[in-house]
Design a protein around this ligand. Structure first.
Ligand SMILES: Cc1cc2nc3c(=O)[nH]c(=O)nc-3n(C[C@H](O)[C@H](O)[C@H](O)COP(=O)(O)OP(=O)(O)OC[C@H]3O[C@@H](n4cnc5c(N)ncnc54)[C@H](O)[C@@H]3O)c2cc1C
Length: 293
């Protein structure tokens, strides 16, 4: 790898503790740009040197190979800051925790949309990339524009509904970094703090605690991946340290020092069994980063 011209670079940097799965070997290089300008310089350098990279937000939807990643892990931790740009409009850095956006901006102002975002871990940038949400809506529907670092530089992209879909979007492709977004909120006519409490309670009743990525699979149209996996008889099935949760079958937990391959084994088992039993093809929501390819 080329000589790295940044003081915020680390070589052979272990990734496991930066993922909610607590799985993942070292990246050959990790960059922690402390400011937006540093992020721009880092991104420019990565493209210029053709260094492959992955962006890491909160690592809550990532399953990384324990053999490591042969490129660069680009961390968004430095992209902080929440600014009120205009009435009910907030410019938010991609590295801000989504929970902080909910608790420090949305709840105090009783903004609509709390039900869509309550209890989702990770960062605002990761949530926008994934179009994270719940049955009550998703984050891209609340954003007016996103700031993107692309090959042609920094772009402020207005968002419209055709640019995003269920757990996906078309505005940030390969080699793109979301540096922030402007949210346009509106006041709710119900008590959003009650909504927040309700959905936090629901999560603790229905979801297991521990090392995981939340839902492993997207819900197929008109059904729930968890229901299908449970109906296929796979609840509680283990492979070494990994287990399909008893509490929520769309959660595969790292219960006891699971390896990357242990989780992949259960992912493949769930997909194969659900396909054979019900003819439904489950698609991963979790982003899988392999050591090769
Ligand atoms: C207990 C639990 C519950 C969950 N519940 C939900 C839920 O209800 N709904 C839901 O949608 N998700 C849920 N998730 C999944 C996850 O929290 C979301 O997808 C979250 O938005 C990911 O954010 P992150 O910052 O952790 O992203 P990461 O895991 O760091 O990254 C996810 C993907 O986004 C990319 N990425 C991250 N930041 C950027 C950026 N700034 N620019 C470009 N690309 C970027 C990464 O490269 C990767 O491909 C849950 C996860 C857990 C562990």
């Amino acid at each position: 790898m080329n000589t790295v011209p940044f003081r915020f670079a680390r070589a052979d940097y272990p990734l496991a503790r930066h993922t909610r799965y607590r799985i993942g070997g070292p990246a050959r290089l990790a960059l922690f740009p402390p400011t937006r300008a540093d992020m721009e310089a880092a991104h420019h350098w990565l493209l210029d040197t053709q260094t492959p990279f992955i962006v890491l937000g909160g690592g809550t939807n990532l399953l990384i190979d324990d053999r490591g990643y042969p490129g660069c892990a680009l961390f968004t931790t430095g992209l902080r800051g929440v600014t009120e740009a205009a009435r009910d409009h907030f410019a938010v850095g991609a590295g801000v925790a989504l929970a902080d956006l909910v608790r420090q901006v949305m709840l105090p102002n009783n903004y609509r949309g709390v039900g869509a975002l309550t209890g989702i871990p990770g960062t605002v940038g990761g949530a926008l990339f994934m179009n994270a949400g719940t049955a009550n809506g998703s984050i891209c529907g609340l954003a007016e524009r996103v700031d993107l670092l692309r090959a042609d530089g920094l772009v402020s992209q207005p968002l419209s509904p055709e640019m995003y879909s269920y757990r996906g979007q078309a505005f940030c492709g390969d080699n793109c970094v979301i540096t922030g977004a402007t949210f346009a909120f509106s006041r709710s006519d119900r008590d959003e703090t009650e909504v927040y409490r309700h959905y936090m309670r629901r999560r603790s009743e229905t979801q297991p605690e521990g090392w995981c990525c939340g839902s492993v699979f997207k819900n197929p149209p008109g059904d729930h991946a968890g229901r299908l996996i449970e109906a296929a008889g796979l609840r509680g099935v283990r492979h070494n340290g990994a287990v399909i949760s008893d509490k929520h079958a769309n959660f595969i937990m790292n219960e006891d020092n699971a390896r990357f391959d242990d989780v992949l084994y259960l992912i493949a088992l769930a997909k194969d069994t659900v396909r054979e039993r019900f003819g439904v093809e489950l698609r991963e929501e979790v982003r899988i980063i392999r050591a090769a390819g």
